[in-house]
Design a binder for this molecule. Sequence first.
Ligand SMILES: Nc1nc2c(ncn2[C@@H]2O[C@H](COP(=O)(O)OP(=O)(O)O)[C@@H](O)[C@H]2O)c(=O)[nH]1
Ligand SMILES: [Mg+2]
Length: 457
Amino acid sequence: MFNWFRRQFNEKESSEQPPQTVEETTPVEVETTETPQTPQDDYLSWAKTAYQNIQQRKETTTEESNQTKEVSIELKAAEVATQTETKVPAWMRKSEALDKLKATAIETPQVEEDKISEAKPLSLDEDFIWSAKILADQGRSPDDISQEEIDWLKKLRQGLGKTRRGLINQLKAVVGQGPLNEDAVMTIESLLLQADVGIEATETIIETLQAKLKEEALPPEEAIAYLKTILQDILDQPLQNQNNDDFVPEKDTFNIWLVTGVNGAGKTTTIGKLAHLTQKSGYNCIIAAADTFRAAAVEQVKVWGERTNTPVIANPGKNTDPAAVVYDAISAAKSRNSELLLVDTAGRLQNKKNLMDELAKIRRIISKQAPEAKIESLLVLDATLGQNGLRQAQVFSEAAQLSGVVLTKLDGSAKGGVALAVAQQLNLPIRFIGVGEGIEDLRPFSSYEFVEALLNG
Ligand SMILES: Nc1nc2c(ncn2[C@@H]2O[C@H](COP(=O)(O)OP(=O)(O)O)[C@@H](O)[C@H]2O)c(=O)[nH]1
Ligand SMILES: [Mg+2]
């Protein structure tokens, strides 16, 4: 099982594998050739090895592949049989062969169809190689890469396409021209502001870049590499005041994640995607439907609960107290030994004071009912709103003691630069990003991958 929070396969599972299959899943070794390889060759062979290992893992873990093997063994046996039956009259052999053909013709395509619907086709294409390079550069080994990681990086790259095409490509062109004159600085400034990077982060970027380029003339490639490190530093800066670098639900602890944000930001969708991600990463999860302000909100959470096979605690009554729902959810979580409770909250109340009071009340209930719990409070921000979203964020940061941000809808936005504004202006780390409405379209945030997808897509 691939643990998305730790970005590795869960250890428990690998040790549980019977020894016979271990032999089969032994990672493919990179072929060592005596001639020195160029970095491109290295990446390509890394990608090929990762590709082969993913294929191999798929074959050894899916039941379908066992069926295929059986069928192919049968087919071979049938072939042998026809070969040995040479003494049988020609007309008989023909019909027998036809029967066999019919039998296998029905069987084989079925297996293939199953396989296709079960797993997405994987091909060693440009997307795969790009994603593989990103993983290789982070020191990952080609034998513990999951296909999902490749799929995700592909999505991330596509999701950031609008921002990249609109602005970042031009930025690359300017930065890549050598020392920055005043014109260049102005161009960079306006490009960053258009991508909603925000004034503060834009200033930091330009100052740092200029200082470096005054020190030494960097060739275009290196100037861009340097720009990438500046962006990554800005994104990572808020992590310095956090003790949870990777946002991982702690094992053997009761984790409670409060999900806040204005209406339509994507809270409920994020909760659904998070429930899916935590379940499939090996955690036991439960949801509290504490947005009781709108009746439809509870129904929406329930749909996600069904989709992800996650229990949802809700109160069917009208205008019920959200804190009471959270109270019930904590009891339910404890009796089920849940490791993670996700709390959906209302995005809009009669006024700002009500909203803040309600969030404060929920937090009080949590502290009282689950003092041992590790509480995190996530603010969901719609990237398409750019800087406007940040202003709303201020209200929540006062009320909810935020520990991080979920940036949604990057796929529909040319304002992907807002990630940098979040880090710089709110001083909050981005914990997850959403690049689509689908269940797989949300993953933990990686500043490295984000910047690569933004500048090197
Ligand atoms: N394109 C895109 N749409 C999203 C994303 N996240 C959420 N949405 C959509 O945004 C809309 C509002 O989401 P919802 O979860 O109901 O927001 P809430 O009011 O904060 O709970 C829905 O139509 C979602 O499908 C995303 O990452 N990309
Ligand atoms: Mg909602």
